[in-house]
Design a protein around this ligand. Sequence first.
Ligand code: IVH
Length: 693
Amino acid sequence: MTVFDISQEPANLTPIEAADRLAQLAKLIAYHNDRYHGQDDPEISDGAFDALVRYNRALEEAFPELVRKDTPEAQVGAKPQSGFGKIVHEIGMLSLSNAFADEDVHEFIARIRRFLSLDDTAPVTLMAEPKIDGLSLALRYESGTLVQAATRGDGTTGEDVTANIMVTDAIPKSLKGTPPAILEVRGELYMDRDDFIALNKAQEEKGAKLFANPRNAAAGSLRQKDASITGERNLQFFAYSAGVIEGQNWETHSAFLSDLRGFGFQVNDLTKSCDTAEELIAHYQMIGEARAGLPYDIDGVVYKIDNHEYQRRLGQVARAPRWAIAHKFPAEKAVTTLEAIDIQVGRTGALTPVARLAPVNVGGVMVSNATLHNEDEIIRKDIRIGDTVILQRAGDVIPQIVEVLVDKRPSHSVAYEFPTTCPACGNPALRPEGEAVRRCSGTYTCPAQFNESLKHFVSRNAFDIEGLGAKQIEQFIAAGWLTEPADIFKLTTRFDEIAGLERMGKISAQNLISAINERRTIALERVIFGLGIRQIGQATAKLLALNYETLPKLAEAARLAHDKTHPAYEDLVRIDQIGDAMADDIIAFFSDEANQKAVENLLAEITPIAPEKPQDDSPVAGKIVVFTGTLTLQSRSEAKATAERLGAKVSGSVSGKTDYVIIGADAGSKAKKAAELGVAMLSEEEWQALISS
Ligand code: IVH
């Protein structure tokens, strides 16, 4: 799956971009959710996953009107896998909301007080307990005897893992003392770090698949078709909450936990009763310091309201209880050595340095690469090959080097010299003044750039051709069949040659040819995006498609706009979100003869379809509007989204072509310019009246 860029502030996005990103995130989060919960084989770290979820949430907050039906917020875990029977949870197994900063903890408690109408002096007791990084189970006991064990699954339906649980020592099969008639105990199944390491060693010796971390090892060990394998693994269990209970009532969580101990369950010793946010945070810090020395992995501290009546009143939101929150730990760090710096050449020729590291475990994940961003980053941190470095895996997908341990630097060490020629084609790699990135000047002649741009052309958000991935592109380029994008569509005449390739065959070749033919008719914005024009992402591609409607019109406009005094230039930069720099890249792309030819040849193969126009019968359809000043009736994003939905074009600057300028409070130069040009100026109220007329 792709790496998702979370660096762009939701507030700076247009609704089209936001909707695009929400759609991508819905898919991406569902995918990673399944990798994690469904397949026990996560592709990204928990931190990276949380970052995606948080970004999605921030986007939804900024654009509430764009919240999707399939919002990731509505999902917990993954659907149960086949192979095990299904168990429907009588009481749903919830997830937890996250807190990252101390303020979030204060806000959590303030929210609870508000909800329960408690004043600031009324005592509220919470239990703070480590958040164990394992997988949750629901265990049903009838008259003190274990009768059923289920995984969380998607929160509603889990897998029946009774047979496997019966053979582990992790869980009591019959309870001590006098448990109620029916007792469903929930908690976390996990594996100690030492046991995980020993298991992986044994796996390696057997040539079997290695587990990424203790959590996956625990999940993988549980989900064995042959239960006797589960029995051989060292699994453990901490009990921490209740499901269905008949025959007894506990007034508090702490009383319940203490009875669970009596029944024979392991309850975490680091559980503490706290009365204030400060106490919670102090306990969190204490656990944070103890973390590295604990035998098992934890990823935060869970705070739960102790009083069960309060819990009942607080209830839950979509997927999580209001009465509990998980206070997560920050990024994990590790020390390793930098063995080499590789330079990757991207599709626009950008030279990106990548650190090759001695593999190291950072918070449960093996890391051997890190991004070095660019030339200046290496200079700024004086990163040298052979250095001992501190690595951090934070809320982003790619680990980073945060610091060089200069004391440990080898004596012969020399500063890293960034290459000034392209490692792929040998052409000069130039760095224009004021830019952070050095680029290969080889364009079409550089095999790396060509290779990358074709990969981009067939990628998911561009032509999305099934069966044509990075590997095939490389194979076909090597065979000499691809010298420009249009050649992809000429592959359909090479059935015999493709079928004759290694690991291909007639069926695959036929499927590939069908998949290519399916994309001959394709959305214009996908084509524009696929061209790989610098800075032109999906959202801008869509804007260009909406505004120009055909590729020849866009190309013609861009060629004319080469002369900045030509009206075509103004038309281009007038499109909201397209500034001078982007315009320059668009113009440069279409002014290049090789690109012109490539586009022409491509159009001989495909039929792009212009996007559907927004509403054209509204009072503002086709009008160019500018919002300026502070809006009070709607947020800026909402106002823009509404205008665009009604078919207006929202522009960032006032010109002679502007139809309306909507003036909010403290409007400045744009209002002045509108007055000078005699453009109609509307108050927010007048605008509202106009659009609802
Ligand atoms: S309470 C209704 N307590 O974290 C609240 N969960 O992110 C249910 N977890 O699904 C959960 N340690 O798998 C709770 N001490 C703890 C926990 C804990 C780990 C897991 C559990 C849950 C997930 C939510």
